[in-house]
Design a protein around this ligand. Structure first.
Ligand code: 3HC
Length: 283
């Protein structure tokens, strides 16, 4: 199973990052979203990321322009008929993802792999909606995609070994380090990381310390690169809440109950860096 062309569905933070690293690795990309506005925004983020990498001498200017030349954008799902692999990176809502995966399968080549970048939703359940669930797999990247080396490769009950092997091989081609994970709520990293972020919101809500002090505490006392509240802003507060809801529902344990303050900020539209206001302001 050789993969030379990839369709990425969703031009948000994750989708544009995935398109970027795959194009840098030499693959041809079709980036799909529902509106031209979303595509324009995604490509602007991608360009800015490439500019930062060039400024740091991580990649040459020619690599950045070759990367851009390998990416095509479209609002037409029919374009997915050309690709060997589709990576779905839409909003973290189960019904939306189910509908998108179905739409992808309707147009994709018979042997194309259908991967989902879900942060926590069951791959077995998402795949069960498809006519051929054996080619559905979880391919979970981390934010910011160009900098974070990990990819979790999640095998649903129905996922074939051929599919899993092809995604492991591709991840290495993308210069990422894959780990194999059994389908389970939140997989490995988010199952551990997001409850820690949630706890930071409880500590903040209880007035134990200020947001800055909580973050400084975890940076200086636990050697985290950024504090948990700054990380929530980077990941998106809505994404953190969505992961917690899956953990609480699927694992049925009260310890995953989302902090009311996190809910309140999401309800207020304070989603983090992407809305320029979360725990902190980004003006
Ligand atoms: N593209 C290219 N370069 C980028 C970038 C991007 N998207 N974002 C940041 N950079 C570069 C900056 O240009 C900067 O370069 P410089 O050092 O030459 O100036 C460098 O990275 C450092 O950036 P900053 O100075 O802005 O900030 P930091 O020093 O804090 O580093 C970070 C940024 C590498 C993101 C670091 O904060 C970090 O590792 N944070 C933790 C990230 C993390 O845990 N991610 C996982 C989240 S969980 C997840 O994604 C799963 C999901 O399902 C929820």
């Amino acid at each position: 199973m050789t993969i030379e062309t990839i369709g990425v569905v969703g031009a948000g933070t994750m989708g544009s990052g995935i398109a970027q690293i795959a194009a840098t690795a030499g693959l041809k990309i079709v980036l799909i979203d529902v509106t031209e506005t979303a595509l324009t925004r995604g490509m602007a983020a991608l360009r800015s990321s490439l500019e930062r990498l060039v400024a740091k001498n991580t990649i040459a200017a020619e690599v950045a322009s070759a990367t851009l030349a390998r990416i095509d954008t479209s609002t037409d799902y029919q374009r997915l008929a050309e690709v060997d692999l589709v990576i779905e990176a839409a909003t973290e809502q189960v019904e939306l993802k189910r509908a998108i995966l179905k739409q992808i399968e309707a147009v994709a080549k018979q042997h194309a792999i259908i991967a989902t970048n879900t942060s926590s939703i069951s791959i077995t359940s998402l795949a069960s909606n498809l006519a051929d669930p054996s080619r559905c797999v979880g391919m979970h990247f981390f934010n910011p995609v160009p900098l974070m080396p990990l990819v979790e490769i999640i095998r649903g009950v129905q996922t074939s070994t051929e599919t899993v092997d092809a995604i492991h091989e591709l991840s290495r081609r993308l210069d990422k380090s894959p780990i194999g994970v059994k389908n389970s709520p939140g997989f490995v990293v988010n199952r551990i990381l997001v409850p820690m972020i949630n706890e930071a919101f409880f500590v903040l809500a209880e007035g134990v310390a200020t947001a800055e002090e909580i973050d400084e505490g975890m940076r200086l006392g636990a050697n985290h690169p950024i504090g948990p509240l700054a990380l929530a802003d980077l990941v998106g507060l809505d994404v953190c809440l969505a992961v917690l809801e899956v953990l609480a529902k699927d694992l049925g344990d009260q310890k995953y109950r989302a902090c009311p303050l996190l809910r309140e900020l999401v309800a207020a539209g304070r989603l983090g860096r992407k809305t320029r206001h979360g725990v902190y302001r980004y003006d």
